[in-house]
Design a protein around this ligand. Structure first.
Ligand SMILES: C[S@@+](CC[C@H](N)C(=O)[O-])C[C@H]1O[C@@H](n2cnc3c(N)ncnc32)[C@H](O)[C@@H]1O
Length: 351
């Protein structure tokens, strides 16, 4: 009804409404002066109704204007969204088209670059994996298989002597243990530098039922540790650790520290000599004197093993031993296992 009235009066309806209200008030005042109370009240009510209609109509108009404005804004937003989506579609279609302009060319080049880099990285990854796995696998596998063989040698009550750090490797110990099996019953095994290998050698002797071990050790504390390990396994009668402090010895024109003479002077009839000490920390070429000084105590056909020939000093020592017979004993190369080089000693006319 309000809308119909508004359209009837056009845009002037608020003014006309207010004028109507004023007229009604004037009529009410006139009626009151004339003493006609009922007429005055009706006119006043009509005036108030006209004022109310003007107020309500004005707020309705304002709300309608706000709705129209909002509608226009929504339409603008919708057309902007359409424009963005059209642009995106255009970019997508250009990406798929190799000849789709500079943008497509740039994106295509980036993709190609990424694909090439990806392939290069994959190839490098495969290569590195191959290198590392191959190197580690070969090394680890031989040590692991040696370890397995050594474990098979142990009885159910035997403690496993530890490997690692200072100790000779499983491949070395396994070869020493298999040499022990071929020794004569009363064979003598001498070791320079005691530790786990002393216990392994003693275990191998006990299992083979042949041989005994004498280890020279310059360090009181390590001698005691090795003795304790031997005792735990009841091997005291098979292996002896001699504390032999280092003292200067002269071989040829070289003087250097080696095990005190009184601790090895009595040795004779050695069938297996394992040289794994004194440690390098005691001086350069610390293991060199072993062969020149103990050669006279080696049996014909004895095996000499020098550990750590992967180091320059020990590699030089091995070369010198092969080149320099001592006390009528010559060393011949018997191969290298892991880090340990083996030699066979021979005495005789052909030396
Ligand atoms: C190369 S290690 C010899 C170890 C022994 N031949 C072996 O394979 O178990 C040389 C020297 O290391 C020292 N040593 C022995 N046991 C050790 C240990 N548990 N930790 C550190 N050094 C040790 C001793 O003085 C030994 O003469």
């Amino acid at each position: 009804m309000l809308r119909a009235l508004r359209s009837l009066l056009g845009s002037r309806w608020p003014i006309l409404g207010m004028l109507g209200a004023l007229v009604a008030v004037a009529v009410a005042v006139g009626a009151l002066i004339d003493g006609s109370v009922v007429e005055a009240a009706i006119s006043a009510l009509l005036g108030l109704a006209l004022v109310g209609l003007v107020i309500v109509g004005a707020s309705a108009r304002e709300a309608e204007q706000r709705a129209r404005k909002l509608d226009a804004q929504l339409k603008h937003l919708a057309s902007a969204t359409d424009a963005i989506s059209t642009t995106l579609k255009a970019i997508e279609s250009k990406q798929d088209d190799p000849g789709g302009g500079a943008l497509a060319a740039a994106i295509g080049a980036q993709r190609l670059d990424a694909a090439v880099r990806h392939d290069e990285l994959l190839a490098r990854h495969d290569q590195l994996r191959g290198e590392v796995v191959t190197a580690l696998t070969e090394d680890q596998l031989s040590e692991l298989s040696a370890l397995t063989n050594l474990y098979a040698m142990l009885g159910p009550d035997d403690e496993v002597p530890v490997f690692g750090g200072y100790a000779a490797r499983p491949t070395t110990v396994l070869r020493l243990a298999s040499l022990v099996r071929r020794l004569p019953g009363d064979a003598l095994v001498v070791e320079c530098g005691s530790g786990s290998s002393t216990v392994w050698l003693a275990l191998a002797c006990r299992r083979a039922g042949r041989g005994r071990v004498i280890a020279l050790e310059h360090h009181e504390r390590y001698a005691e540790l090795t003795r304790t390990a031997l005792a735990r396994q009841g091997l005291e009668s098979v292996a002896q650790v001699r504390v032999a402090p280092l003292e200067p010895v002269t071989v040829g024109d070289q003087t250097q520290d080696w095990y005190e003479g009184k601790n090895w002077a009595d040795l004779g009839g050695i069938d297996l000599l394992f040289v794994d000490g004194p440690p390098r920390s005691t001086g350069p070429r610390s293991r060199y004197p072993a062969f020149p000084l103990l050669a006279r105590a080696l049996n014909d056909g004895a095996v000499v093993a020098l550990d750590d020939v992967n180091r320059e000093d020990e590699a030089d020592i091995a070369g010198d031993w092969l080149a320099e017979p001592a006390d009528g004993v010559t060393l011949r190369d018997a191969g290298t296992i892991g880090r340990t080089r083996f030699f066979t000693a021979s005495r005789g006319q052909d030396n």
